[in-house]
Design a binder for this molecule. Structure first.
Ligand SMILES: Cc1cc2nc3c(=O)[nH]c(=O)nc-3n(C[C@H](O)[C@H](O)[C@H](O)COP(=O)(O)O)c2cc1C
Length: 307
């Protein structure tokens, strides 16, 4: 069983990655995506997206971080992949799932699922540019509008030399709307030989077991579920749902709040704590109470007293 903390742009940044991976149970995590256009970025771009590179490519609790790249220019992707590994990334992940219109308009992310050859081109260029012992993984959705190219896409990624494949069990058209279609992953599982990592809507120990049964793989990537329940990976690993996890979450909010004060404006900091509490309230009644207090609060002293 391998459990990975998902890349989540604007949500699972270095601060949240630090706090969530410290809860235990994760094998590695993936950075927010670096959008590659047509050239090699200066190092500060990689350090900005993945500050853990200055820490041996690990979160403070020692979880390895893999930088994610997004783009369709194979040469530029390869050049940036090489640099990111030189800087300390634990492998490279390639994003073929981003649904953003801006990104898709520039031929990056999920739009590439309409053309399996483009996936092959990018993955094989990155693979060829890196030493054989460096992991090259890819993350895709079931398809763009539908699943008609799903197996071809997965096969193209495997044939190009990817080491493993994560699949978010929805098409781009399905966005983030429940349910995730885990049973489709079983078809991919039968079609490829590299490890398959299931992703989408795994929010509890019970979900994990249902996903494993439907998808036929024990490896999973946790996204929003781990933002709502930071100890989720540990719970899955111990096969034991924790009864009242709020007691262990509250101190994390204080930690998060104080940590952000050093690195961002008050306005942004308030935005970030609200964002997390907004996720937490979907699972914890205590967070709902907190949400009602902070949703319009802008007074720093009062917020400092709360966190
Ligand atoms: C706010 C947000 C940002 C995301 N950013 C990325 C990203 O940068 N790269 C990526 O591959 N997937 C990204 N995703 C997709 C997640 O990694 C994951 O595939 C998706 O949320 C489904 O998993 P979940 O139901 O466990 O959250 C993002 C999702 C969310 C909600």
């Amino acid at each position: 069983m391998r459990i990975i903390l998902a890349p989540m742009e604007g949500l699972a940044d270095v601060h949240l990655r630090r706090l969530i991976t410290a809860q235990g149970g994760f094998d590695w995590t993936v950075s927010e995506f670096v959008r590659v256009v047509d050239r090699l970025y200066p190092d500060r771009v990689f350090y900005g997206m993945c500050p853990e590179l200055k820490n041996g490519g690990r979160t403070d609790s020692g979880t390895p971080v893999r930088v994610q790249l997004l783009g369709s220019d194979a040469d530029a992707m390869a050049a940036n992949a090489v640099r990111t590994v030189e800087l300390g990334s634990h492998g490279v992940d390639i994003n073929f799932g981003c649904p953003s219109k801006t990104v898709n308009r520039r031929n990056g992310g999920a739009i590439m699922l309409q053309e399996p050859e483009s996936l092959y081109r990018v993955v094989s260029a990155v693979r060829a540019a890196l030493p054989a012992n460096v992991v090259v993984s890819a993350k895709m959705r079931l398809g763009f509008d539908d699943t008609s190219l799903m197996l071809e896409n997965a096969a193209a990624i495997e044939a190009a030399g990817a080491t493993e494949l994560t699949v978010h069990a929805r098409t781009r058209r399905q966005g983030y709307a429940p349910p995730a279609h885990w049973h489709e992953l079983a078809r991919i599982r039968q079609h490829i030989h590299i490890p398959l990592i299931a992703n989408g809507d795994i929010c509890s120990v019970e979900d994990y077991h249902r996903c494993v049964a439907a998808a036929g793989t024990v490896d999973v990537m946790l996204g929003r579920g781990a933002v709502r329940v930071p100890s989720l990976a540990r719970q899955i690993r111990n096969n034991c749902q924790e009864e009242s996890p709020w007691a262990s979450i509250e101190p994390l909010l204080g930690d998060f709040w104080r940590q952000l004060s050093a690195v961002m404006s008050t306005r942004d900091r308030i935005g970030r704590i609200r964002q997390w509490v907004n996720y937490l309230r979907q699972r914890h009644p205590e967070a709902e109470v907190l949400w009602q207090v902070i949703r319009q609060e802008v007074d720093l002293q009062r917020l400092n007293a709360l966190f």
